[in-house]
Design a protein around this ligand. Structure first.
Ligand SMILES: Nc1ncnc2c1ncn2[C@@H]1O[C@H](COP(=O)(O)OP(=O)(O)OP(=O)(O)O)[C@@H](O)[C@H]1O
Length: 869
């Protein structure tokens, strides 16, 4: 029997006892989840169960369906978390890696080392952790997307410029959907050859250190590299820089772990081919001299400056048989590669895939509802979801949203602006990912801005080495830049870029708002009015004016002059003015909304919205050319519109707004603020329409309101307030004969009406009798105007019944195309209640079906009269 089956039999045989006695169910479940053995849904069920026994029962379902492999993983976790229970039950006899190493001479030492690593590396201290606070690595770590491929110039450009869904497609095309798993970094290639050293490249904040911590943890837990590496050491370059004097490799290793020099030297000498040294942050290593001039000693115990000793290890002079995993930012990869022993393998942490982002959010919130709310909000914002591929951005976003939840607010209330997240990202890298900057923060950021602007003007995202060297004093030490080597004919070419186009846009905006007096206004407005301007730059510029954002920038010595703020605000008011004149594009209207949203300054937004006479995303220009017709607002645009509406008491008019049903529900609470609204809703349900009317009815603030809603272009709903008048125009499709009708009644009546039912009848049932019975239920219907194709006998009877059964009805007008003989005959022999009058307009048709005479029929309590017109 193999090991997995034997362990599975053990779990089955002892299940009853395990259910009773296992206390550490959650740590075990966490571990199974992070190793991919336990899906998120059953994991949540286990977490939600009240007692350990119930949790174990939930877990049983998973073990049962997962088979021997999952049971075997459970066995390993059990061994780790419940050692005494495990001993009581007696193990399978198959020994784990840590047990196996017990038997050799050095094993107790390594065993102790592994335990120490497990207890130390299982936790992470976050940037905002208070003293003594930490979270479990397993509650955060998410497998990033790791590619082994160098991409060419075109491919890189594509990655930098794409966002949202497109970026995901581009990345999966690079990896054919497969990411390299951490456990297979050293796996043999197609020719059966394994590398001696692996380069793990990644941008700042992409998770190199985090990944190294995970590798250490998994090795020490016996999950990775079982039997392949007896020992794994972890060296951090920034710590090596700080080690004083001269040190041998053994001494350097002992500085960074719990083993003594003696123990290390014994281990290294015994089986050097089973040693892996993980070296984190090569870019941070302070190389004081040319790598070729360093003394390349070969002795484990020979002392030299620590950096020289490390370089000797990297070159394979010391411990040539050992394996190396070295992480570095792209800015230092070429130097590393020149130094590193072969055969080398290149791998790159690209960041999180969309699935990775989702998984990260799930782990972070540990609550399905909060996770859904946060993830849905971020996913709707293309810029944010794209930035989330950088793991540290995920952390920033989740942390800020979680704080909102803590204070009882939803993810969308008082939202974070996109700019504020970008500013937090820049500050995080400056505070935690920069070692000894060679220049001041303002100088660094200004020079980045200048470089970014230059790229924007030349429409370049790949920036040549010369321009970079002209603007940036130490590109290699700059955490915001990436460096690429491309093949060009028989040469190599070096190019730089920002992490993503959106960062280039952000730095351009930062550069503009920081410009001094003379340059500022002209450059800003010239750039903003340029038709090729990227809207993102303009939005970021407004986001940078936000009070809290300015406060953060000020802490880093960056000041935005009041004049710049005033100029930008004036610019947006001018934009609104031109929108009022009806010459706007869809994209311009949306840009204004986003600028106001990013600014997030309630008083100004109120002022701006107050001056906006007509928000019309389909402007005059386009009506002619019919471009962008029917363009839907994206969810993120709706968020901006929602925020802008929240800031005001009332707004004049919104027109040509194309919404999905979900977007409608989002802006419904604010819709009553629009005095006039013309919306087209795609695919609303009957209850959506019901909700729409209730929401409008709730708005008591306005004296008059008109909302026109087109649904599938066949149902138009207009609503006026006090006395409330609801006009429903029905297109050809939903009803064969009834074209429209409008109902007038006191506003207070609106909430008593079952609107959902009314829409069901009109849209789906299309039954005139059902409509009639429904109208009877209106206790306060005052007026009704309806349009029919022909006044038939049926419609005459129908209208008479309505006047008889609705005692409050005083006026009924029927506009018919044609007044047929049969219909008129019924009216001639009828009359109405004393306080009710009926009017029928249309062309009278005679027995020969000639309909040439236009007439008006009046019917009241005195009887019938007809007047030719
Ligand atoms: N795989 C991951 N899973 C979950 N969170 C991650 C992951 N990778 C990174 N993070 C988050 O991003 C932060 C930054 O990651 P890390 O410090 O590892 O970046 P780095 O690549 O080493 O950056 P630098 O090059 O600047 O040193 C982490 O503190 C963590 O919050």
């Amino acid at each position: 029997m193999d090991q997995d089956s034997e362990r599975a039999r053990f779990v089955d045989a002892h299940w009853a006892k395990l259910v009773q006695r296992v206390q550490m169910v959650m740590p075990i479940a966490d571990e199974l989840q992070s190793s991919g053995m336990l899906e998120w849904e059953p994991y949540c069920k286990i977490r939600a169960a009240d007692t350990n026994q119930e949790k174990m029962r939930e877990l049983y379902e998973v073990l049962h369906s997962g088979g021997d492999e999952v049971k075997s993983a459970f066995y390993s976790s059990l061994e780790k978390h419940e050692p005494s229970l495990f001993r009581d039950l007696g193990s399978t006899g198959h020994h784990t890696h840590s047990e196996k190493t017990h038997s050799s001479e050095i094993s107790p030492v390594i065993h102790k080392y592994m335990k120490r690593i497990c207890s130390e590396y299982q936790y992470v201290t976050e940037y905002n952790s208070l003293p003594g606070e930490h979270v479990l690595l397993s509650e955060r770590f998410t497998q990033p997307l790791i590619l082994r491929k160098h991409r060419d110039r075109k491919e890189r450009e594509e990655e930098i410029c794409s966002s949202g869904e497109r970026l995901q497609q581009v990345l999966s095309s690079r990896s054919s959907g497969d990411s390299v798993h951490l456990s297979s970094l050293f796996d043999p290639d197609d020719h059966g050859n394994s590398p001696s050293s692996v380069i793990l490249q990644g941008n700042s904040g992409n998770g190199k250190s985090f990944t190294v911590q995970k590798i250490m943890m998994d090795w020490a837990s016996g999950d990775f590299y079982k039997g392949r590496f007896d020992i794994v050491f972890h060296l951090k370059c920034k710590e090596i820089n700080r080690i004083p004097g001269e040190k041998s490799l053994v001494e350097i290793l002992s500085c960074s772990c719990s083993l003594s020099s003696h123990e290390i030297s014994q281990i290294l000498q015994q089986s050097p081919e089973k040693v892996l040294v993980v070296i984190d942050g090569f870019d941070e290593l302070k190389l004081t001299q040319d790598i070729n001039d360093m003394s390349a000693h070969t002795d484990l115990l020979q002392k030299a400056p620590p950096v020289d000793t490390l370089c000797a290890l990297l070159r394979g002079r010391i411990l040539p048989e050992s394996f190396l995993l070295v992480s570095s930012r792209s800015t230092a990869t070429d130097t590393l590669s020149n130094l590193l022993k072969g055969p080398q393998r290149f791998s790159e942490i690209v960041g999180f895939s969309e699935k990775g982002v989702e998984e990260y959010f799930q782990k972070f919130f540990q609550n399905e509802e909060l996770f859904r709310e946060a993830y849905t909000y971020v996913k709707a914002n293309e810029t944010l979801i794209t930035a989330c591929s950088i793991p540290v951005v995920c952390w920033i976003i989740c942390t800020t949203i979680q704080e909102r939840f803590k204070y009882g607010a939803g993810a969308t209330s008082g939202l974070e602006t996109t700019t504020s997240i970008y500013v937090d990202f820049v500050c995080t890298l400056l505070e935690h990912h920069c070692q000894g900057l060679s220049q001041s923060v303002p100088t660094l950021l200004r020079s980045l801005g200048q470089l970014a602007e230059r790229g924007m003007q030349e429409q370049q995202v790949l920036l040549d080495e010369k321009s970079v060297n002209e603007t940036i004093s130490d590109p290699a030490g700059n955490p915001f830049l990436c460096k690429f080597l491309f093949k060009r004919r028989i040469y190599q070419e070096t190019m730089f870029s920002f992490m993503h186009l959106s960062f280039q846009e952000f730095f351009t905006a930062l550069y503009y708002v920081l410009l001094d007096e003379e340059e500022s206004l002209g450059k800003l407005t010239r750039f903003f009015d340029d038709i090729f301007t990227k809207p993102a730059v303009v939005q970021f510029a407004f986001g940078l004016l936000n009070k809290d954002v300015r406060f953060t920038l000020k802490k880093h010595g960056l000041f935005i002059r009041p004049k710049t703020q005033a100029d930008l605000k004036e610019w947006i008011l001018k934009k609104i003015k031109s929108q009022n004149q009806g010459c706007s594009l869809f994209s311009e209207t949306v840009l204004v909304l986003h600028c106001l949203y990013e600014l997030h300054e309630e008083d100004f937004v109120k002022e701006a919205m107050g001056s906006w006479k007509k928000i019309d995303p389909r402007g005059k220009l386009l009506r002619k050319r019919n471009i962008e017709y029917g363009k839907l607002l994206r969810r993120t645009d709706c968020c901006a519109l929602l925020y802008c509406s929240q800031c005001c008491q009332s707004i004049e008019e919104i027109s040509n707004l194309y919404l999905s049903s979900e977007d409608l529900s989002m802006i419904l609470p604010e819709l009553h603020k629009f005095k006039e609204a013309r919306l087209t809703i795609r695919g609303p349900s009957d209850s959506d329409l019901g909700e729409l009317i209730y929401a409008l009815a709730r708005g008591q603030t306005l004296s008059s309101q008109c909302v026109r809603v087109s649904i599938y272009r066949s149902l138009v709903l207009s609503i006026n307030k006090e006395p409330s008048s609801f006009c429903i125009e029905i297109g050809r499709h939903p009803h064969p004969d009834l074209l429209s009708f409008s109902l007038t009644f006191p506003h207070s009546e609106t909430i008593n009406i079952d609107w959902t039912r009314l829409f069901q009848i009109i849209i789906h049932q299309r039954d005139s009798d059902a409509l009639l019975s429904f109208l009877y239920s209106f206790s306060n219907l005052k007026k009704m105007v309806m349009s029919v194709r022909c006044l038939t006998e049926m419609w005459s009877v129908w209208t008479l019944k309505l006047t008889q059964n609705c005692p409050s009805l005083t006026e009924l007008t029927v506009n018919a195309g044609f007044l047929l003989e049969d219909g008129i005959r019924i009216l001639q022999s009828s009359n109405t209640r004393p306080s009710c009058a009926m009017t029928f307009n249309g062309f009278v048709c005679n027995a020969q079906s000639i309909c040439s005479q236009k007439a008006k029929i009046l019917l009241n309590y005195q009887g019938f009269s007809i007047k030719s017109l």
